[in-house]
Design a protein around this ligand. Sequence first.
Ligand code: SF4
Length: 362
Amino acid sequence: MKVSFPHMGNAYIPLSALLSNLGAEVIVPPRPTSKTIDAGALHAPEFVCLPFKVNLGDNLRALQMGADTLAMVSGMWACRFGYYGRVQHRILRDAGFEFESILLGREGVGAVYNKFRDTVDGNLTLSWLRAFRAFKRKAEAMDAIEKSAREKRPYERDRGSTSAAMDEGLRLVHEARGLKEADRALDGARELLDGVELEDVMEPPLKVAVLGEIYAVLEPSLNFDIERRLGEMGIMPFPVMSVYKWLFRPLKTDPSILIEERRARRTARPYIAYVLGGEEHQTISGTINAARNGYDGVIHLYPFTCMPENICRAILPRLESDFNIPILNLCLDEHASPTGMTTRLEAFVDLMLQRRRSRSKG
Ligand code: SF4
């Protein structure tokens, strides 16, 4: 089985570990570029949201690279994400590709479990257990490396040195075989990050919450690597979600993620009483929490035509005045450019700096 899946941040690291431990050959398509988006947009319905087009482009690339099985989360979300897998796979079959589908959520756990009966050597249950342990260990390592890089970047002496250490650390973890090697790779990544030279800064970095639609927040190729950009501008970003949480939330194995989600819904309820099927409660509660915790601003990322986040977009101006916190709304589509992003970020940083200074004088 040559299996592939679309990108979502660094999720390919734990997902590759899971699938390769189940005896599959994993095909990881290159990180999405404008060409990926163009290829996806060519086959996608015009008004579908941007992540659909990027995922479709990833799947196309994977099939061209020889994948014979495509995996995707599927389900009954109120927003369009629940239909991504089924619709994308139908579009690809209509375009002439032949492949097997693994639609997690749609097919049920038993069916997905049995798909690997022919690929594993020996006991299937033991292979799943081994695969899950490798998946978890690599997901934790990935999360720890991303977090450490985020904290160091605003203080780095040489611009780009933290990102280089992070990329190398992630590569070590990705290539590690077995749990012990994964642990050693994490130690190696920590050493690399500890080796990044830092400098003293005159004033503490501005703190910014980054929130919105999950793919727009977590996929660097879609958001022009906003986390890296902010860090290299001396800003400390706090993404409200992470790839780790996205992977483990549906598995319900980490109670802290579920508790956090329940709290978010409670905080957001006065402004949005309904479940829209996206990350609306995290967008609203994340903005309120950012103001309560003394952050300097909020960056709201959302794809053009995203239903839940366009509703949030209408609520956020009220939060901006109720909680006195500046919000930068960044709408992403296939025409967004890195230059446009940089210009808007620079203007927002100036605004936050002036606001901080006038507040400290006041
Ligand atoms: S959350 Fe928005 S962008 Fe994501 S699938 Fe749903 S409608 Fe599309």
